[in-house]
Design a protein around this ligand. Structure first.
Ligand code: ZN
Length: 347
């Protein structure tokens, strides 16, 4: 399986937070040939391991499997679905989105309904309609029909965006945050040969609502070093001011110095920087972004785990369609492989 093919398949999977099953099964299949063991914990983290020499340090690589989405909270009498947001989503991006409602009876297509322009007042045109006043239309004529189609409170809702290649290097897709981390994780395990340390590849659950899966996975794995593989904001688009988001698409993987939940451990940050320099891999440094990654929880596990983050810069992150550069993905893989190779020198 080529890296880009894995990324395409993973991006097209639906795995709204708490319902990561499809992604987990695909990752299990992809990881299996390259690791000594794959298992799942009680809450659904996927834990794969490639063992090094007896007594060697343990590194935990973590990529969250979940994506932001919606959840049905009420079925209105006329069959329209009110919803809650799962994870950080900008309300302005929801209007008129194509969605899939995941019911026990199978997936249903729908759209976030909107009032046509013909009948909006001037006032209405200027206003943002917040998520509480939006609804999903699955074509049901009333509540009974919607229920008959399988809809119930708590069904998760994902966006409909198929992976697409925009240029040789640039691709568009949904849930790159964090299927790109998942694809990198698989590729890293594939490329690692004769590892000198124990390498755990963990697909985590429920990152988008508070880094929950990583919390228990790190406790279980007890790593000496933690590295999260994730996605970050590419601030190279119109409307983003200088310094607001320093990372640019195509200029290399991003190393977190500090974010809202983590100050990267200096030894881990240096390990990543040295690995990049030794292998002439471009990289970017980032600090001051709101939000965090699984590394924040790994770092605080047990009596502390030196941790860091390798991210791929993505434009339009947390929207239904993001854009990334495949060179950044390849460089992130090379950097993670190089860093894992140096872990036993440093820890
Ligand atoms: Zn993420």
């Amino acid at each position: 399986m080529k890296l880009i093919e894995a990324l395409e398949k993973l991006s097209n999977m639906d795995g709204v937070t708490g319902r990561e099953d499809q992604v987990r099964e695909l990752m299990r299949e992809y990881l299996k040939p390259y690791v000594d063991e794959v298992r799942e914990d009680k809450l659904g983290n996927l834990i794969a391991v490639k063992r090094g020499k007896e007594g060697s340090p343990t590194v935990m690589l973590a990529a969250h499997m979940d994506e932001v989405g919606l959840m049905v909270k009420n079925i209105k009498k006329k069959g329209f679905l009110q919803f809650a947001k799962i994870g950080g989503i900008d309300d302005r991006q929801l209007l008129a989105q194509n969605v899939v409602v995941h019911t026990d009876k199978g997936p249903l297509r729908g759209v976030v309904g909107s009032k046509p322009v013909h009948i909006q007042t001037d006032e209405e045109r200027k206003k943002v309609i917040n998520a509480d006043n939006l609804f999903i239309d699955v074509g049901a004529k009333d509540r009974e029909e919607a229920e008959g189609m399988g809809v119930q409170v708590g069904d998760v809702v994902s966006f409909v965006t198929k992976f697409a290649r925009l240029t040789d290097k640039v691709v568009l897709g949904k849930a790159f945050d964090n299927r790109v981390g998942c694809a990198i994780l698989i590729e890293v395990m594939k490329r690692l040969k004769n590892v000198s340390c124990n390498v755990y590849a963990v697909g985590t659950i429920q990152e988008e609502v508070g880094l929950r899966g990583a919390t228990i996975a790190a406790f279980h794995v007890e790593p000496d070093v933690g590295i999260a593989l994730d996605c970050t904001v590419a601030g190279d688009t119109p409307g983003v001011g200088e310094g607001e988001a320093p990372a640019k698409m195509g200029e290399g993987p991003v190393l977190t110095v500090a974010d809202a939940g983590l100050i990267a451990h200096p030894k881990v940050l240096q390990l990543l920087i040295d690995s990049a320099k030794e292998h002439e891999i471009p990289f970017q440094l980032e600090t001051g972004i709101r939000g965090s990654t699984d590394a924040a929880r790994i770092a605080l596990s047990r009596d502390g785990v030196p941790s860091g983050v390798i991210s791929v810069p993505a434009r339009y992150i947390h929207s239904p369609a993001a854009i990334i550069d495949l060179d950044d993905v390849e460089h992130a893989v090379e950097l993670a492989v190089a860093a894992v190779g140096k872990v036993s020198e440093v820890f």
